[in-house]
Design a protein around this ligand. Structure first.
Ligand SMILES: C[S@@+](CC[C@H](N)C(=O)[O-])C[C@H]1O[C@@H](n2cnc3c(N)ncnc32)[C@H](O)[C@@H]1O
Length: 311
């Protein structure tokens, strides 16, 4: 499955191909609630539009995405330091990299690791990037050099090593430590940021940081809105930035051009499909129906809008 954009809570990466396939062609795709960049990324690679406009109201996103496209997170230029719980809370409101890459489920608010897991994750991180021995694992022998060209291989090596040794007769404590080393999720996610470099030569991307109501329509624009999920923003006001759903519906039906949007029933159904979302540390996976709707000037809105979250 293709991975688009940065790791981001509510990312449309898993269904981006479907959404892009069902939006009409035009001159410019406007990703008005761009978030983790999945739709813009997929749209750029599809070459269905001459231009792509990415927009999001959160000012920390554009520097993070632009940095990733420019190669800032490539291992050639960047040896990631482990971000502790304290550093996370000190920096999460000013640094998009810390906020989304080091938060649980990429929610931007809660630290990635619980207090008891953090020391072992740090030990794995320091071994991959600095070859620092891991206490209690003196038999860990690895021929891979500790340099930018091999960091990714070293992460995979550690994962294979821990899986292979879990069946041996270890003390319970050491077994738990092995399990914690098995997946270094942060590093997998960093490698996803690194992949955005493939867009470096694409010059048809514009990025803006504004409220959706400040967007000015241009002839040939196809406007797509992935608004925050209502129940998500209730739990997490930072993510939804106190989003006013009623105002959005009013705005969408008032526009003289079609507005395509995800997840809430209003207007005509364009496409629907199932999305399986697996939270990083959750044991169960959630199945959710995703849908793409469109309101245009032929649509007569009901006197009272009914909001239906698609769970
Ligand atoms: C569901 S997320 C978008 C996810 C994105 N499609 C992806 O695949 O990663 C909704 C986004 O809307 C943004 N947002 C909230 N209120 C906004 C507003 N008034 N104008 C523009 N963007 C807004 C949030 O910052 C959030 O990133």
């Amino acid at each position: 499955m293709a991975m688009y954009g940065i790791p981001y809570q509510g990312s449309k990466s898993a269904i981006a191909d479907d959404i892009i396939a069902h939006l009409p062609a035009g001159n410019r795709l406007v990703d008005l609630f761009g978030g983790g960049f999945a739709i813009s990324h997929c749209a750029l690679l599809s070459r269905k539009w001459k231009q792509v406009l990415y927009n999001d109201i959160n000012p920390l996103l554009i520097p993070l995405i632009r940095g990733a496209i420019a190669g800032k997170y490539s291992y050639e230029q960047f040896v990631p330091e482990f971000i502790s719980r304290e550093e996370f809370f000190a920096k999460k409101d000013t640094d998009g990299y810390v906020k989304w890459i080091w938060s649980f489920g990429n929610d931007g608010r809660t630290y990635m690791f619980s207090k008891n897991v953090e020391p072992m994750k740090r030990a794995g991180h320091e071994w991959v990037f600095h070859n620092t021995p891991i206490s209690g694992f003196h038999n860990l022998k690895c021929d891979l050099p500790c340099d930018a060209a091999h960091f990714s291989e070293r992460r995979k090596f550690l994962s294979y090593y821990t899986k292979a040794h879990k069946s041996e007769r270890y003390e319970l404590q050491q077994l738990q430590q092995l399990q914690r080393l098995e997946r270094l999720q942060r590093l997998e996610q960093l490698e996803r940021l690194e992949r955005l470099q493939q867009l470096e030569r694409i010059t048809t991307l514009e990025m803006t940081c504004m409220d959706y109501r400040d967007y000015k329509y241009q002839d040939g624009d196809v406007v797509y809105c992935d608004i925050p999920y209502q129940n998500t923003s209730d739990r997490n006001p930072d993510y939804g930035i106190n989003f006013d759903f009623g105002a959005f519906y009013g705005w969408a039906v008032a526009q003289p051009y079609p507005v395509y949007f995800s997840s809430y029933k209003l207007g005509g159904l364009v496409w629907s499909g199932e999305k399986i979302s697996t939270m990083a540390a959750a044991s169960n996976s959630l199945k959710r129906v995703e849908a793409l709707y469109c309101v245009d000037d032929h649509y007569n809105p009901p006197p009272k809008y009914i909001q239906l979250p698609m769970f």
